[in-house]
Design a protein around this ligand. Structure first.
Ligand SMILES: [Zn+2]
Length: 316
């Protein structure tokens, strides 16, 4: 698992906001202790030593308030595999429009960089929801089978069909996020907005499609297997062509490993069977079998399920 790291200014803002909230609701011993520790620092002369001491205090308080455990826990909840990410770095965003999550790569080292409003730490449950969503999108970006990183950069600057590129990008993001929250809801997690709200946004974004096609399209995104970057991009550019590549695929197939047939664990049609079950750790197999006693390697399973079980196996 990657190392989680936090910018000092973010830690300071988050801690400070929490202390202020404690104080405004009547004060607490914790808040008083924080103030005292901070006062002690200000007996030092201004300069690097004092700055370092302040950073250290906020780092400790960030941990004491449990803020450092939120992101790793969100990652454990949803992230299937971080594909060699060594570090997750969070820093403060100054406005909602500047919040983002992205992958930075130098040589072979990958870092996930999350810009976030410090005020989000005030509501841990909501922050965790937000991070699960962002991290699942990131895990798509990192996943070779999603195909975003392999996609031709030139092709991604051109719209498929004659739709303006801005519109294609908006629709693409909408569809991708719906697919992300659909998967989250299957894992048992609520997203920031629920299914009905996504459906409304989808209906509005694709209001020129007949109702039955909208129903089918939304259902594929929300309930279906994860679609690839290419399919989403093409649909965003030419919605009338539908999410056709996968519609109905595998419906009358009896081969467990064929694309579109159902994973025996999550029961969803999968287009991505885990390729090398023989090589995974015994702890992952045991994790699967403790939940599905009848299951053996020969039944196969989708990548999402297996990668999740590998993490659960490691943690147990
Ligand atoms: Zn599965």
């Amino acid at each position: 698992m990657a190392v989680f790291d936090y910018d000092s200014a973010l830690a300071e803002s988050a801690v400070f906001a929490e202390v202020r909230a404690m104080e405004s609701s009547g004060g607490s011993r914790l808040a008083a202790r924080y103030r005292k520790e901070l006062e002690n620092i200000y007996t030092l002369t201004a300069g690097d030593a004092r700055d370092d001491a302040a950073k250290k205090i906020h780092r400790e308080w960030f941990a004491e308030l449990g803020f450092d455990r939120i992101a790793p826990s969100a990652a454990r909840d949803v992230v299937l595999s971080f594909h060699n990410v060594s570090r997750v770095f969070m820093h403060g965003a100054d406005s909602p429009g500047n919040e983002s999550a992205d992958v930075h790569e130098r040589n072979d080292a990958k870092t996930i960089v999350i810009s976030i409003l410090p005020g989000r730490f005030m509501d841990r449950a909501e922050l965790k929801q937000y991070l699960r969503h962002e991290l699942l999108l990131i895990s798509d970006i990192l996943s070779p089978s999603f195909g975003l990183r392999a996609a031709d950069a030139d092709a991604s600057r051109r719209a498929p069909g004659s739709t303006p590129i801005v519109l294609v990008k908006d629709r693409y993001r909408l569809c991708w996020k719906i697919s992300c929250d659909g998967r989250l809801s299957r894992m048992g997690f609520k997203g920031p907005i629920g299914r009905d709200a996504w459906k409304e946004l989808f209906d509005r974004g694709f209001n020129f499609l007949p109702e039955d096609r909208r129903e089918r399209g939304f259902d594929m995104l929300w309930n279906g297997p994860r679609l690839t970057h290419e399919i989403l991009w093409k649909f965003a550019g030419e919605p009338r062509s539908g999410l056709a590549e996968t519609e109905g695929a595998g419906s009358n197939s009896s081969n467990a490993y064929s694309p579109g047939s159902r994973c025996p664990l999550c029961k969803f049609p999968t287009f991505e069977w885990f390729p090398e079950l023989d090589t995974i750790a015994e702890s992952a197999i045991l994790a699967i079998q403790s939940r599905f006693p009848e299951w053996t390697r020969s039944h196969g399973a989708c990548r999402e399920c297996v990668e999740r079980m590998i993490l659960i196996g490691k943690a147990s």
